[in-house]
Ligand binder design. Structure first.
Ligand SMILES: [Zn+2]
Length: 109
């Protein structure tokens, strides 16, 4: 997958890949909740904001734990109640993973 870097934070190694994150920029918006979609302008890689995906006090989740969301969906997600936001993100994450694998944007070595 090209320029993949692993950054060590104490004992935790967090997967980082700018190349994988950049796939969001020309991908469709995967938000299934009501919002004014600006996905035609490109999407952002929205990282998981949950402990089970490795979110910690001082660090982001790994770069594979992202959902492709347009700017407005990303902002709307941040305004949701924690559980509602988690499931909205999770649905978008699953749709994002399907997209990445089914279109061959991510390939198994
Ligand atoms: Zn959108």
């Amino acid at each position: 997958m090209g320029a993949v870097s692993l950054r060590a934070r104490s004992r935790v190694v967090t997967f980082r890949s700018r190349k994988l994150l950049d796939k969001a920029h020309d991908a469709p918006c995967r938000a299934d909740f009501e919002h004014h979609c600006t996905g035609w302008q490109g999407c952002d890689p929205a990282h998981a904001d949950s402990q089970i995906f490795g979110r910690g006090k001082d660090f982001k989740t790994p770069d594979w734990a992202v959902a492709h969301l347009c700017h407005n969906a990303h902002m709307a997600l941040d305004q949701m109640e924690r559980e509602e936001g988690f499931y909205a993100w999770l649905r978008a994450f699953v749709a994002t993973q399907n997209y990445l694998y089914e279109t061959g944007k991510v390939k198994v070595a």
